[in-house]
Every structure is written in structure tokens, then in C-alpha cells.
Design a protein around this ligand. Structure first.
Ligand code: F6R
Length: 605
């Protein structure tokens, strides 16, 4: 949430900051700003998208080779110019940008107001600047440490400090921050894509690191003020991943990258028909494994729900799936025989991270399924399986979810095999079939023209339903979420059997219902449910496997998808759901990649 960039070197900072902010705009886009340090510190900020800021920068053209920038997703204070970052302290000691939330900002603000500090914004961020100002003793690092000691909550901060015009400073807690090392220049970013065009050599800033950047080097200090070693790692991610490459939107590109995302994720885990995970469970753990908890948010939660159907059926281990914002506060019952799995594209989602920490503290073994390398959830889990989906830029997830599903299939089969419920031959057949899924996803992508046509029929509807049974049910939630988050059409996902317990009263003439029926064993029941909503006037779009008989008689439109065994169908069925949301949104003329009020990587709770 929110994006931070920074630069120090020989080049003019403003164009580099703007370019970096454009690459991070998916993290927040209600206002943006930069501060450039030259003869003096020049702050430029504007409401709205980066283009507004760029126009103002072109007019003012701030000169200087040191600077910081920010693109905002509002938490405290409305999205306007006064609340946009950077914020400067009253005495001009510091100018800073911040991601995260300071929970005790009101208490500190009141204290500082009593000392005569005057605040110009409603943000918690300005409180950090004024606090730093009030504690400043001429030593920027010491003052950062003292400031951090007063802050409760989460933060990643980049700052310019008066008297240190050839330096940038940064500190962080529970929010990501990386430093890119170039040749005679250094970069700061809250997310890797911002610095990829310049360097792949990065230092991942740790919690309670306090870093001084110069154009010829960085020095990292710990909370005790002592210098620490800074290991620079090379990041394996291409600049390409952060480009649209001829597609109109990142979401479209990412939908079409799904066969590769799936393949690149599952194939390293399969060797000669057996499965090797990139980490080991403690000795005897699986034998005594009593329960699995899967914890995640949004689409990643839907992956968890899908995994429950597969793991319980294949490995006969009870699976409890929780939304992370509920799990962390519901006093969960956990012990050392429990496996807690955290699913997260960004690896930084605040509630998922807090749930991971809570589970570790309660003695459970933790593993994560994460897309962003070196992210906090990945680093703090006992075991991690990376989804090799590449950088996902569109706010609505597609290819990361596809890769997460791949990991769940593999994990379910691994557990079933370890528990002796799946023999070597069946495992071999299963892994062989998993490797055919990318071809089937490609075929499912061919339904694009059909879904575009259907999108014309639904784009002006006020409300929609997605219904399904069994393993199709979590996909109904996902299809519904995808549609509503980008097209702004209200929609709800329901277990088809649940509809008549209240919700069916909302079905009236012309209500659109997407009915998913890919499970042969449940198809007959789905057809009955379709008839029930159709009898009440619903316009039904059915998604079924190729060769399904009798569906055209009961549905208004049918999308056929390639066949696979039941466990693997979610990867195929989800494709037309994503395409439906995408085409509907394009037809409505909305920005597919940057839906209103949302941001990628939710680092506040
Ligand atoms: C929806 C979407 C979100 C994320 C959720 C979790 O399209 O992208 O619902 O799935 O915010 O984010 P991560 O996976 O980064 O933890």
C-alpha cells in the first residue's frame, strides 16, 4: 500500500523518481509527490494520478541529484494535496515519505502540539516528521532511532534531513523497503519493480535497520546504533515483467501469462513423477499432523478454500480456512502438531503477516505460499514455496492465484503420498496430469471472444450472482470478487444449494447468474438450481466442461472449458471468470489495472 522511491547519485533525481513512481502506481494512486534536494529541498505534490504530478514537475523542474517520492493510498486524511507525501517538519529539519500506519499518532500529535508544533495535514505521517524534528540532535541516525522508539504501528520511511543534502535516510518496521545498488548511485523502493531498470543488486532492509545512503555507499545501523553488515543480493526478476508488452492492460497480460506462471511454479516441485518440496517438515511431523490451517485474504483466501476441498479429499487431514483479519484476533487453538499455511502474492499483507507471527508464537509449524521473493512472510515462515509467477502489477490478482492453485495441488498430493493414501503410481499419474494443466489453461484462454460477447450482455446490469457446488464454490467467490472489484457491478458468490435459504428472493427478471458446474457428480443438482433461478427470470451464463450434455437447454449462454480431473479443474474454470471481469470492465471504460479505492499489497490492517 502506497509506494516509496528514492534516489541519490549523479543524475537529476526528478525524472528517476517519476519513472519509479509510475512503476509503483499500482500500490496507490490517489495522490503523489516528490522532494528533491539541491540548493534547497523542493517539494511538489498533486492529487490524483502520477500524470498530474508529472505536469507540475515539468513546470517547476526541481534541480538536484538527491530525492524521495511517494504515491499514496489514503489511510489517515482524505486524498488531497495537503495530505499527499512528502511531509516536512515545522522547522524544516526533515522531509519524509511513509508507508504504513502509526497507531499512537494522536497521542504524539497532542504532545507535540503542546510544544508548539503546528500540523498542516491530517496524516499520521506528518507526526513522524514533527517528532523527528523535536528529537533532532544533529545526528540523523541517532534521531531516527529515537523517533522509531516512540512509534507504534508499521512504517517504511525515507527522509531528507537538513544539513545532510548529500544523503538519504531510511528506516522500516513491518513494511517493505529495498535499496538498489548502482554504479555511483543508490535507489530506494518499497517494491522491486521500481528499481529494476537500473539495477538488480539489492539490499533488503530489515525491521529496525536504520540506513544512511550516499552516492558511493550505504551504512546500515541496528537499533543499538552499531553498524551492521549489508548483504547485497542479486534479484532474479526481469524488467519485462513490469512492462505491458503490447497488451492494453497489465491484467490482460497477466491473464495470458498464466500457463507459464503455473508451469514455472509446479515443474520445479516435480521430479520423475515424485514431489520434492523446497523445505523439509520436522521429522515425524506429517505422521502426527492433526490439522491444517490456511490463512489468507481476498483471492488468496479463495485459494485456501479450494485447497481445503482438495487436501481433505486426497490426504484426509482436516483443513480450517480463515480470513487473516479474523484469524489473528480469534484466539485460534493451535499446537505443535498443526500446520499453518499462509497464502500471499505480495508476502507483505499486514493481517496475513500478523497471523503468521501469532501461529509461530503458539508453536505451530508455519509455511507460506508467496510470490514476492524475500518478502517478510516468506522470510519469517518455517518453510516457503515460491510461486514463480513473476511480478504481478494489476491490482486484481490473476496469475499469482493460478500459481498458488498449482502449489496447492502439489501439496495435497505430497501429503496424501506421505500419509500412504496415494501410491507411487497414482502420484506419478497425478503429477503427469498436473504438468498438462498449462496447455488446458491455454485452451481456456480461447474462450476470450465468447466471454467478451457475454460481457456485452452483463455490463449494464446492477447486480449479479455466481453459484456453484463443491470445488466450484470457492471459484464463485473468486469470480464474484474479480467482477465487482474492477467493474463495480455488485455481485455475490454463493454455494448453489444455499441460495434458497434467503438469497433467491433477490433473483428477478433479468438478474444475471453465472452458474459453474464442472463436477460431474454434482452436475444434476446444479442443473436443478439453474432451473430454479431461471424460473424466477434469471439470465443464466453456465460454465461447464466440454461435452456436458443438456446445458444449452437450461442456460442462456454457455462457456465450455477443457476437461481435467476434478481436483485440477479450478485452474481451468477460473480463466473465463477472469476474462468476464476483464472484458466487462473494458467495455464499461474503467481502468482495469487500478480500480478505485484499492491498492496492491495491503500493508495496513
Ligand atoms: C483480489 C486481490 C486481493 C488479494 C488480497 C491478498 O483480486 O488481489 O483480494 O488477493 O489482498 O493479497 P496478497 O496475496 O498479496 O496477500
Amino acid at each position: 500500500m502506497c509506494g516509496i522511491v528514492g534516489y541519490i547519485g549523479e543524475k537529476q533525481a526528478a525524472p528517476i523518481l517519476i519513472e519509479g513512481l509510475r512503476r509503483l502506481e499500482y500500490r496507490g494512486y490517489d495522490s503523489a509527490g516528490i522532494a528533491v534536494s539541491g540548493q534547497k529541498v523542493t517539494v511538489i505534490k498533486e492529487k490524483g494520478r502520477i500524470d498530474n504530478l508529472k505536469a507540475e514537475i515539468d513546470r517547476v523542474y526541481p534541480v538536484g541529484t538527491v530525492g524521495i517520492g511517494h504515491t499514496r493510498w489514503a489511510t489517515h486524511g482524505i486524498p488531497d494535496r495537503s495530505n499527499a507525501h512528502p511531509h516536512s517538519s515545522m522547522n524544516g529539519i526533515v522531509t519524509l515519505v511513509h508507508n504504513g500506519i502509526i497507531e499512537n499518532y494522536i497521542e504524539i500529535k497532542n504532545e507535540l502540539a503542546e510544544k508548539g508544533y503546528v500540523f498542516k495535514s491530517e496524516t499520521d505521517t506528518e507526526v513522524i516528521a514533527q517528532l523527528f524534528d523535536s528529537l533532532f540532535n544533529g545526528n540523523a541516525v541517532e534521531t531516527m532511532i529515537k523517533t522509531a522508539a516512540r512509534l507504534e504501528g508499521s512504517y517504511a520511511v525515507a527522509m531528507l534531513v537538513k544539513g545532510f543534502s548529500d544523503k538519504v535516510f531510511t528506516m522500516k518496521k513491518d513494511n517493505p523497503m529495498i535499496i538498489g545498488a548502482g554504479d555511483g548511485e543508490y535507489f530506494i523502493a518499497s517494491d522491486i519493480p521500481a528499481i529494476l531498470p537500473y539495477t538488480k543488486d539489492c539490499y533488503i532492509v530489515k525491521d529496525n535497520d536504520f540506513v544512511e545512503l550516499r552516492k558511493d555507499g550505504i551504512t546500515v545501523y541496528g537499533i543499538d546504533g552499531e553498524e551492521k553488515a549489508a548483504d547485497i543480493n542479486s534479484i532474479n526478476m526481469s524488467v519485462d515483467a513490469a512492462q505491458k508488452n503490447g497488451y492494453d492492460y497489465f491484467m490482460e497480460k497477466e491473464i495470458y501469462e498464466q500457463p507459464k506462471a503455473f508451469h514455472d511454479t509446479v515443474s520445479p516441485l516435480i521430479k520423475d513423477g515424485s514431489i520434492t518440496l523446497p523445505f523439509e517438515f520436522p521429522k515425524g511431523f506429517i505422521k502426527n499432523l492433526s490439522r491444517i490451517h490456511i490463512v489468507a485474504c481476498g483471492s488468496a483466501y479463495h485459494v485456501g478454500m479450494t485447497a481445503k476441498y482438495i487436501i481433505e479429499d486426497m490426504a484426509r487431514i482436516p483443513v480450517i480456512v480463515d480470513i487473516a483479519s479474523e484469524f489473528r484476533y480469534r484466539n485460534p487453538i493451535l499446537n505443535e502438531n498443526d500446520l499453518c499455511i499462509f497464502v500471499s502474492q505480495s508476502g507483505e499483507t499486514a493481517d496475513t503477516l500478523a497471523s503468521l507471527r501469532e501461529s509461530k508464537a503458539r508453536g505451530a509449524f508455519t509455511m507460506s505460499i508467496v510470490n514476492v521473493l524475500y518478502s517478510t512472510i516468506a522470510r519469517e515462515s518455517d518453510g516457503v514455496i515460491y510461486t514463480n509467477a513473476g511480478a504481478e502489477i494489476a491490482v486484481a490478482t490473476t496469475k499469482a492465484l493460478m500459481a498458488q492453485l498449482g502449489v496447492c495441488y502439489i501439496l495435497a498430493a505430497f501429503l496424501a503420498h506421505e500419509k500412504g493414501l496415494m501410491g507411487d503410481d497414482i502420484l506419478r499419474n497425478f503429477t503427469e496430469e498436473v504438468l498438462t494443466v498449462p496447455e488446458k489453461i491455454k485452451k481456456a484462454l480461447c474462450s476470450s471472444d465468447n466471454t467478451k460477447e457475454i460481457a456485452r450482455h452483463i455490463k449494464d446490469r446492477q447486480s449479479m450472482f455466481f453459484i456453484g457446488r463443491g470445488i466450484d464454490y470457492p471459484l464463485c467467490l473468486e469470480g464474484s470478487l474479480k467482477l465487482k472489484e474492477i467493474s463495480y457491478i455488485h455481485s455475490e458468490g454463493y454455494g448453489a444449494g444455499e441460495l434458497k435459504h434467503g438469497t433467491i428472493s433477490l433473483i428477478e427478471n433479468g438478474t444475471a447468474v453465472v452458474a459453474i458446474g464442472t463436477d460431474d457428480a454434482l452436475l444434476g443438482k446444479m442443473i436443478s438450481n439453474i432451473k430454479e433461478v431461471r424460473a424466477r427470470g434469471a439470465y443464466v451464463i453456465a460454465i461447464v466442461k466440454e461435452g456436458t450434455k443438456g446445458i444449452e437447454e437450461v442456460a442462456d449462454k454457455v462457456i465450455y472449458v477443457p476437461c481435467a480431473s476434478r481436483y485440477l479443474m479450478p485452474s481451468i474454470t477460473v480463466v473465463p471468470l477472469q476474462l468476464l471481469a476483464y472484458h466487462t470492465t473494458v467495455l464499461k471504460g474503467f481502468d482495469v489495472d487500478k480500480p478505485r479505492n484499492l491498492a496492491k499489497s495491503v500493508t495496513v490492517e
